[in-house]
Design a protein around this ligand. Structure first.
Ligand code: ADP
Ligand code: MG
Length: 240
């Protein structure tokens, strides 16, 4: 579903990603962790072309993300993204947040778009909030709206960038439960998160990044019990 080959990226003089190789099969659940500044956000932003790379190749569901950028729209339609800060449109209702892209990008009629939106708002268990504005919802509810909004585009891949980091502790579980539900349905998922309980129970593979490189990757049981790198051990020592 995703093939990343020998990808390197620079911000000016600063090399943020170095020689990244990563393949993700359909239905696979990947957790990416690592210290702050290690390039995790940059890497997943490259997958839906929020960032471009200077070296290497990224192929998403057979679509090559070329430098020319012709394929950007087709990839964005297949890849949903959920951010730490929710990024809902504050001036639109929950329902309007969910119908905007299907109507504008997919050309769906309003009635159908609203039916689809209500289906996914029901799935994240907040259909009753549809007519409210984001500021009237809790952080956990807003993040579930962000997940529903992404699902309204029927993506093949979902990217999560620290989706629970901005939440009060009591709201983390409701968002993780929503993500677990998606995983159970077979969604291909890449999740940057430090929720190691989630990694243990959901991930097929845990990837550890440091200084713009993938230092190691392993199934969770192995990753947590036998981390290979000193940097992984020290990272796990800090967060567990
Ligand atoms: P992580 O998500 O692992 O914390 P990021 O991918 O956000 O790491 O950032 C990796 C490094 O790249 C950091 O040192 C950060 O300061 C730098 N960086 C991120 N975005 C930009 C940018 N737009 N311009 C310059 N440097 C950036
Ligand atoms: Mg980040």
């Amino acid at each position: 579903m995703i093939r990343i080959e020998a990808v390197s990226k620079w911000y000016g003089e600063f090399q943020v990603l170095t020689d990244i190789d990563l393949s993700v099969r359909q239905g696979e659940r990947i957790v990416i962790c690592g210290p702050s500044g290690s390039g995790k956000s940059t890497l997943i932003r490259c997958i839906n072309r929020l960032e471009t790379v200077q070296q290497g190749r990224i192929v998403v569901d057979g679509i090559e993300l070329t430098a020319g950028g012709r394929n950007v729209d087709s990839v964005r339609a297949e890849v949903g993204m959920v951010f730490q800060q929710f990024n809902l449109f504050p001036h639109l209702t929950i329902l309007e947040n969910c119908t905007l892209a299907p109507m504008r990008v997919r050309g769906m009629g309003r009635e159908e778009a609203e039916a689809v939106a209500m289906k996914y708002l029901t799935r994240v268990r907040i259909p009753e909030q549809a007519r409210k504005y984001p500021s009237q919802l809790s952080g956990g509810q807003q993040q579930r709206v962000a997940i529903a909004r992404a699902l309204c585009m029927t993506p093949k891949i979902m990217l999560f960038d620290e989706p629970t980091s901005a939440l009060d502790p009591e709201m983390v579980k409701e968002v993780l439960d929503t993500m677990i539900g998606l995983a159970d349905d077979g969604m291909t998922m890449l999740c940057v998160t430090h929720e190691m309980g989630f990694a243990r129970s959901v991930a097929d593979r845990v990837i550890f990044m440091a200084d713009g490189r993938i230092l190691e990757q392993a199934p969770p049981a192995q990753f947590f019990s036998q981390p290979q790198h000193e940097k992984t051990r020290s990272f796990l020592g800090q967060i567990l």
